[in-house]
Write a protein that binds this ligand. Sequence first.
Ligand code: BTN
Length: 269
Amino acid sequence: MSAESPLDLEAVQRAAAWCTFIGKDTAIVEFHSTLDSTNQRAGELAREGAAEGSLVVAAQQQSGRGRLGKTWNSPVGGLYLTVILRPDQAMLRRLPVTLLGGLAVAEAIDATTELHAELKWPNDIYVGDKKVAGVLGELSRDAKGSVLLLGIGVNIAQPADGFGDELKETATSLAGNGETTSAESVLSEVLKRFEEHYQSVKAGGGVGILSSASARMPMLGKPVRLRLPERTLTGTASGLTQTGALVLELDDGTRDVFVAGEVEEVRPK
Ligand code: BTN
């Protein structure tokens, strides 16, 4: 398998072969050579009653969705997937499922390349100082309970100069770092590792996951700026709470805990 091996339904099914619930039993598996958004398609399937573990993968997206209402650049060469999850309230209170997704992607990159992927809280995946993958969780409710659409985008085979002006300073791909791993290999590792983390948190675990995620967050212990919709705060990111929230020792001497926001390191001038 090389970076050029295109994904197709068979490749997706092979990637999910070792899973215990993704793509298993009554769960649906779809592959699309092009789609507006895998999260949008997964939402349609969920509304029709699709089971937990249903999986939608696309080779490219026309309207990829990012966090905070942004778009996700989704040309051929990237990996775009959404898993339909039906977590109960206890699961939702434990750890953000998106954090598990981010950790699974970082681990998958490490397992399939020579690179070391890091996390930027809450769930952006970085190689060096550029973002290589992102995770979007969209939560809703239906008659059966909560539905969480876990969307993951990984820049795999896009060339280093394949990002437009607005992304070239901040985005990268595995190929841009000299890696030729295939989308199928990355997908397989992401699904396997995500499942392990999800099952472990479902069973009441999570401490090991939190420490694995924290160990990949170089920002912890450093001065940061946290952008919230209504204000921007500065302080030191001292760690994560047991539920994955960010603890900030604010510059005004107080301490506060945040469940969302855009965080960036403040480098000395
Ligand atoms: C982010 O902004 O960092 C999150 C990006 C998430 C992108 C993925 S690609 C597959 C899935 N479908 C979408 O429309 N978005 C997510």
